[in-house]
Ligand binder design. Sequence first.
Ligand code: MN
Ligand code: MN
Length: 464
Amino acid sequence: MERPNAWLSCQEEDEKQIDRVSGLYRHFLDAGKTERECVKELTSQARTYGYEDLRDILREGRTLKPGDKVYAVGMKKTIALFRIGTKAVQEGMQILCAHIDSPRLDIKQNPLYEEADLAFLDTHYYGGVKKYQWVALPLAIHGVVAKKDGSVLDICIGENPSDPVVYITDLLIHLSAKQLQKKASEVVEGENLDILVGSRPLPLEDEEKQKKEAVKENILRLLKEKYEMEEEDFLSAELEIVPAGQARECGLDRSMIAAYGQDDRVCAFTSFLALMESEPAERTSCCLLVDKEEIGSVGATGMSSRFFENATADLLCAMGQFSQTNFRLMLANSRMLSSDVSAGFDPAYANVFEKKNAAYLGRGLVLNKFTGSRGKSGSNDANAEYVARIRRILDDNKVCFQTAELGKVDEGGGGTIAYIAALYGMEVIDSGVAVLSMHAPWEVTSKADIYEAYKGYRAFLADV
Ligand code: MN
Ligand code: MN
């Protein structure tokens, strides 16, 4: 039952493909550090592959036919891409699903303050983070500021080498004796994750503003100059603090990728690329990339919303085939790979894993029959027959895969979006790529796994 390491079966052509796919992936990680940036980047890439906005098709009253390629975007944060197959719509789709939001620190609505001649932005963390990991690192600000006049400013500060970065301070070791006695969950508290953004007061000649908050005033002056932004505009901003810097090759053998946001952009990008580069299939192909997974799949752009249903209904309308029956059957007869990262086995923390049922870096696409915690709570639990079908597809196409659970049964656990898609009655299984240091500012994946995932997704789309 031991699964082989994917690198061992690598031919020369595979080596080239591994380099190509991981190169495209790194480019994507750098372009998409927020859900909005991911949607923007993938929309523009999809258009180069001939995908059209479904809204345009509907507005122009055109009728879609097999082979046509369209996408639907929800609130700039979630995207569904479809390529219409030759089979009847009632037969269902092959759906690749993943999420494009990642753990981070969000700027609060009233964030700016000054203390001891330093200016800070207050944050509220998003998703599960070990707070102590986010201090003393170069950080970048990504996001938007929406103004009352309806304009929306894109912000990205800290990625260009000539940009400044921002920073969260940590206590010096010399005075940390008491701090280091605390539990790791309390060593750095959420309210102390404040972003250091300035230390220089407004110039002296401006006597009017020589009050005690001159550093804060100076930051406001800079925001006004650069972005025409007032302090009140923070009220309608979505600014995300993420680690600054590009995705890097990792290891002396360059076999891995170290980067921010690989949960779950590693599955999102490989799913997307598989759809873009695969041949037209008999069954309709779909790639669905959702937001808000890290906070429970809530909101209008999370998997629990009606976005995907609406996009599917619009697709049927644009094909001239909408009926309640077609709609219901199309969803119920679909099959999905709900992809999210798996916890990669880490020898330093071997005691939280059950070795026979753990995901290993380099051993290929991971299948999780179920996720959840304790007695499989919150899990989808794929049907055995469906697992058999997926095994057959992967074996027939020489895709390396492994099966895993998230740690030992009593150790913890976690949920995914699989159970939400399963509500339509479709076959769903959790799958994905193993990652080390999941949810850390920098996470590590294997290039071989990234390529095997891409191969596996392509093979899945071709299933009949
Ligand atoms: Mn995830
Ligand atoms: Mn996660």
